[in-house]
Design a protein around this ligand. Sequence first.
Ligand code: NDP
Length: 479
Amino acid sequence: MERIQNYIDGRLAAPVSGTYLDNVNPATGAVYSLIPDSDAADVEAAVGAAARAFPVWSLSSPAERFRIMNRIADLIEADLEAFALAETIDTGKPLSVSRSVDIPRAVANFRFFATAAMQFGSEAHPMAGQAINYTLRQPIGTVGCISPWNLPLYLFTWKIAPALATGNCIVSKPSEVTPMTAYLLAKVCIAAGLPAGVLNIVHGLGPKAGQAIVAHPGIKAISFTGGTNTGRHIAATTAPLFKKLSLELGGKNPNLVFADCDFDQALTGAVRAGFSNNGQICLCGSRLYVQRPIYEKFRDALVHRVAALKVGDPLAADTDLGALVSKPHFEKVLGYVALAREEGGRILCGGEPVQVPGAGGWFLSPAVIENLGADCRTVREEIFGPVLTLQPFDTEEEALELANGTEYGLAATVWTQDVSRAHRVAERLQNGIVWVNCWMLRDLRTPFGGVKNSGVGREGGWEAMRFFTEAKNVCVNWG
Ligand code: NDP
């Protein structure tokens, strides 16, 4: 059975302890590879390698970083099929999605930030006749990047690429649940000639390997994407160490459908927003609110569409929804369906385990649930699965109250043909991202992230380049 290796100091390496964890294919339930059960000793080796690499990498020219990062992108692209298959086997998502979305987006992340390295500069603030100030944006040193399982390579590279582009060295940990694409990336980095120690990938468990990264005094900044509770713990660990921190956390995103919307566009958008990647995207619109004049028509059309989604083998071309990522996650989502029933929810479709012929893994039919009040846990807590709650509203004011009524503030979507309403509602929504008449349309230059308990800091474009640099102002007096 294949043993995934850590990537430390430019080489693939076994964990210091010599112990491994099972890597399970969620579509079959079978162990298909082993991953290093790394600990503080592996993190220590990675931090040492990063510190040694920093003096040269931090002074390398933007053109050199651009060249190597583009080479990494080229090599992923050349092996796209292998990356896509690895991601599908790790996550249970349809191969068509890995192939068309996740892996191309990882390539785009490298290309985008390679170019950003060439464009990023310092600012100058002249004081007339007296002095000039200039702001140097310098790499921080060794930074930690920790990512989740839902879009493994896409989110891993979203952090790594800007950190590399700005001249930092990295100690990273992908999710233990989905390690394979990061392992393939390590091989690509070696082939692309990335200098030893610039990127280190330590596999293993969050509370062990992840915690060792977060707590290490030699790591000066942490960029974390994951759950809100883990984010809270990381914030508590890093605060006394005065580390720079970016947290991209959970969401429970509202999707507001006004009666004046383009019905078909909103319907298609609501199904995509609710069930893409089995609802396992932080941006999924998992709370759907529909204005009363079209509520019943919309609900019936929605249920018809959702019930027709094909749950099946992730490798089959006609599969819409594959397996959920793991057994514990499957059980968590099923637990929320049971809770919804207890809370008085009416299950309009789905919410049942599905037996996929030839596959023994964790498949669930997509659920639409109505008749749940705003205080229900099913409506307030992040489920991160194929479960959509549906509720009517009367006025714009009520829609805003419902939308803003959770601890989360990541993304929101608004469907309306009234341009004034679109701007008015967008302005009052308490979310870091608002989509109007679209969902998941992403321009990598824009700030990305949530407010409230969905995170602090912003990723994307110059926000990420600034996060991974320290600003130093130099004031030169010529008077
Ligand atoms: P977790 O918070 O469980 O894990 C995220 C990462 O952190 C994993 O690599 C995990 O390792 C690691 N980790 C866990 N505990 C610690 C610790 N004490 N110290 C350091 N690292 C630790 O999230 P999930 O992987 O379950 O991902 C799903 C969550 O991510 C959802 O809440 C989702 O909303 C959120 N998310 C947010 C996004 C955003 O941009 N805002 C985007 C995508 C997802 P291990 O896997 O081994 O536990």
